[in-house]
Structures are given as C-alpha cells and as structure tokens.
Design a protein around this ligand. Structure first.
Ligand SMILES: CCCCCCCCCCCC(=O)SCCNC(=O)CCNC(=O)[C@H](O)C(C)(C)COP(=O)(O)OP(=O)(O)OC[C@H]1O[C@@H](n2cnc3c(N)ncnc32)[C@H](O)[C@@H]1OP(=O)(O)O
Length: 224
C-alpha cells in the first residue's frame, strides 16, 4: 500500500446481478431524496403540514438507519470490472446532491454531460453558484484526463467566469489538451443555449504511486 487513498479502492466481490439489484433499489431512493431537497426549499404548506411531513420523514429515517454503513463510500469494483463511485459529490448514483447523471465520450476524446440545475444550486439570484460550476468542471475535466488514459488528482483548476450561468439546462464538456510528464492539461467549459458561460483549464497530476501502478489503474474501467 503506497497511499492510504488506495484503501478506499475496494473489490467488494459483488456479482453483476447484485450490482444491478443495488442500482435498482438505491437509485430511486436517491431520486426521491433529491426531490425532497428541492421541496424543502420550495414548499409553501403551513406549519401543521410541515410538522406532519417531518413525522413521515422521521419514520423513513428510522427504517433506513436500521442497517447502514459508516464513513465514505469510496470506490468499489468487482471481478468483472464494474466500477462504482456512488458517493461522489458530482456524479455519485447514491448521492442526492450530485448534479451529474452520467457522462458521454466522443470518438475524439471529448467528454460531456447535459444537466439541468434546479434552484438548490443557486448562487447569485437565479444563477448557478460559482462553486457548483467549479464542482462540475473539476469532475468533467478529471474524467476527460482519466478517459484519455491519464488519471490524476486535480493539481490546479483555473476558472474564468465569462458571463452569468443561468439555472436550467447546461452542457459541460472537456478535452485533454496535452501531457507533460505526470501532468495532464485539460480544457473545458460550461455552456447554456447562448454560448460559453464558464471556461476552465485543469492540471491533473498522477501521483508517483499511481504511475508506479499504471498497469492496474489502466485496468480500472469506467464508472457506471
Ligand atoms: C484506483 C484508481 C485511482 C484513480 C484516482 C483518480 C482520482 C480522481 C480525483 C478526482 C479529482 C479531484 O477532485 S482530486 C481532489 C482535489 N485535489 C487534491 O486533493 C490533490 C491534492 N494534492 C496532491 O495530492 C499533490 O499535491 C499532487 C498529487 C497534486 C501533486 O503532488 P506530487 O505528485 O508530489 O507533485 P510533485 O512531485 O511536487 O510535482 C510533479 C509535477 O507537478 C507540478 N505540480 C505539483 N503540484 C502542482 C499543482 N498543484 N498544480 C500544478 N502543478 C503542480 C510540479 O511542478 C511538477 O512539475 P514538473 O517539475 O514535473 O514539470
């Protein structure tokens, strides 16, 4: 073990069928909680109804707490190579605050996602919080580096907010620009229907331990 982060990369030995079952069980729960987050912001029901709703939520919590894990989800994979980062703050299947539902890659190495950011991602009135934009770009630029064969930790993420980013439909995309030694330089942006709102350049650095185990990292497949 060359770095403690590796302790959170675990082959948990699940079969593909068990993973599919977990996805079918917990994915909809995440969706329900995501809707609740928005409802907590937007509901106008009165105090009695809020109290009643909270009783139901307490009952749901009591059920869900009967069997739970502690600590971070980490990154899990199985013998057939299915890879789960379901706790990831940007893209985790079981993380109700994660705004990205999935990523796509084109033949030319471009990585992109279409997302819809609702009111819970607000910063300036009616617009996306700048930190949320950074979250999205960190994820998609990092995925572009990884999918191009150069996984690494974010060393630097330089962001230029060119115009306000409206809440609603957005595209986030990125592409590997060049590689220098252990550093992968990636460029990307967030665009609304009228053009680029935020652009970024990221430097993703493969730590020495990652380079030393490049073969095993190369075998780690794409997340679901
Ligand atoms: C199982 C699957 C796992 C897969 C694992 C995949 C992980 C995905 C992570 C997702 C993305 C994240 O959110 S990551 C979370 C946010 N980021 C972090 O927490 C990273 C924290 N920082 C670090 O761990 C470290 O500082 C590193 C790894 C970034 C760099 O450390 P290092 O490897 O010791 O670097 P070092 O030898 O000093 O320098 C190597 C080269 O990079 C340059 N350099 C060093 N730091 C920086 C920097 N911050 N920005 C720019 N450039 C830098 C140096 O000048 C040098 O250039 P030259 O002389 O060679 O020209």
């Amino acid at each position: 073990m060359t770095d403690s982060i590796l302790e959170l990369y675990v082959n948990d030995g699940l079969s593909d069928e068990e993973i599919d079952q977990q996805r079918a069980t917990y994915g909809p729960l995440t969706g329900d909680v995501r809707e609740l987050i928005q409802l907590a912001l937007q509901t106008r029901v009165d105090a009695d109804d809020v109290a009643r709703a909270r009783e139901h939520l307490a009952a749901a919590r009591e059920i869900l707490e009967r069997d739970r894990e502690d600590g971070p989800y980490g990154t899990r994979f199985n013998d057939s190579g299915r890879f789960r980062n379901w706790g990831n703050a940007a893209i985790g299947l079981r993380n109700a605050i994660a705004p990205i539902g999935g990523i796509h890659e084109d033949d030319d190495g471009r990585v992109w996602t279409d997302i819809h950011l609702g009111p819970v991602y607000e910063g300036p009135a009616g617009h996306v919080h700048g930190g949320v934009s950074a979250l999205l770009l960190d994820q998609i630029l990092g995925d572009a580096a990884r999918i191009s064969g150069y996984p690494g930790m974010t060393g630097t993420l330089a962001i230029r907010y060119r115009k306000r980013t409206p809440l609603g439909a957005l595209r986030v995309e990125a592409k590997l620009d060049r590689v220098e030694g252990r550093k992968a330089f990636v460029v990307g942006h967030i665009a609304d229907s009228e053009g680029i709102c935020v652009e970024a350049e990221g430097i993703f650095i493969a730590p020495v331990w990652m380079v030393q185990q490049r073969d095993s990292f190369a075998e780690i497949p794409r997340p679901e």
